[in-house]
Design a protein around this ligand. Structure first.
Ligand code: FES
Length: 321
């Protein structure tokens, strides 16, 4: 389901760290914004037509504003460059209401928060919330260098600073993050939350699975992922259950594109398999999941897929469209 759109003002823009800008949004009339839970993100409609997802990083107890932080990625698809260069304080822009695909598991006995680089944004929001409700947590924050570390001052001067360990790529060996040791020594009932660059997340999740962490205790969110293409991609068919219309999806085309070419619109946002906007029920056939959104259990169930990026393992998929 697509979240409602909000019109907000950019009440503040600041330089948070090297190549990282912070943005704060407020309502036009000063009224509270819709409440959000830790781990939520908003879709930001960037001038020029791009829509990108950014995690909220302020304390969820404060609904007078939303804060995000954006790393400028010179090799990205253009969203981060556009928001850095074109969005200014005082601008009026559209964002979605907050959506949460990365919630806290309140049944956890302990929360282990792992952030890589700009992945600190949802993790910081979680740390604020866990502090407010008195839950136990520890946070490991890995980044390249101190000048590239967003929210260092906020964390050091904040109310949970003694629960945070900083780890820098350019620092001494002694302060480097011991991933395996940390995961191996976690108390029973600990839930793990990880957000950061793809390689960081892959390393954390691979280690956790190798150490036999149950999938239900692993929580993660990929943003800015890349859609996997495979040289072996073949043409397959999709059938719309409501009308019986059958279409071909060729190797150079996504299901969303094949549908759009025939006048059938599926709501999309990231078009990279990370936001979940396009999730569609599969009635028959086996999807070939290429997304970073569905959990391993949801992928195995095979009754839904993300048609902006995923394909088919069977010659035909019947979709609930
Ligand atoms: Fe974001 Fe498909 S549009 S997952």
């Amino acid at each position: 389901m697509t979240a409602a759109t909000l019109t907000v003002t950019v009440s503040r823009k600041w330089s948070e760290a090297q190549d990282i800008c912070g943005f704060e949004f407020a309502s036009l009339d000063g009224s509270p914004l819709p409440r959000f839970s830790a781990g939520s993100h908003v879709d930001v409609h960037i001038p020029g037509g791009l829509i990108r997802q950014y995690s909220l990083c302020n304390n969820p107890d404060d609904s007078s504003r939303y804060q995000i932080a954006v790393l400028r990625d010179p090799n990205g698809r253009g969203g981060s460059r556009a928001i850095h260069d074109t969005v200014r304080e005082g601008d009026i822009i559209q964002i979605s209401e907050p959506k949460n695909h990365f919630p806290l598991a309140h049944e956890a006995h302990h929360h282990l928060l792992l952030a890589g680089g700009i992945g600190i944004t949802p993790i910081l929001c979680m740390a604020e919330r866990l502090t407010s409700i008195g839950d136990k947590f520890s946070l490991h924050y890995c980044s390249r260098t101190p000048p590239r570390t967003a929210f260092k001052t906020r964390i050091n001067e904040g109310r949970f600073n003694e629960r945070v360990a900083f780890h820098y790529d350019d620092g001494d060996q002694i302060q480097k993050f011991d991933l395996e040791g940390t995961l191996a020594s976690a108390a029973a009932g600990t839930h793990l939350y990880v957000c950061g660059p793809r390689g960081f997340m892959d390393a954390v999740l691979e280690c956790a699975r190798r150490l036999k962490w149950d999938e239900s205790r692993l929580h993660y969110e990929f943003f800015g992922g890349t859609v996997e293409k495979s040289a072996g991609d073949k043409t397959f068919k999709i059938r719309l259950a409501s009308s019986g219309i059958t279409l071909d999806v060729s190797p150079d085309c996504t299901v969303v594109e094949a549908l759009a070419a025939n006048g059938i619109e599926v709501p999309t946002s990231c078009e990279q398999g990370v936001c979940g906007t396009c999730v569609t029920r599969v009635i028959e056939g086996e999807p070939d999941h290429r997304d970073s959104y569905l959990t391993e259990e949801e992928k195995a169930a095979g009754d839904q897929f993300l048609p902006c990026c995923s394909r088919a393992r069977t010659p035909l998929l019947v979709l609930d469209l």
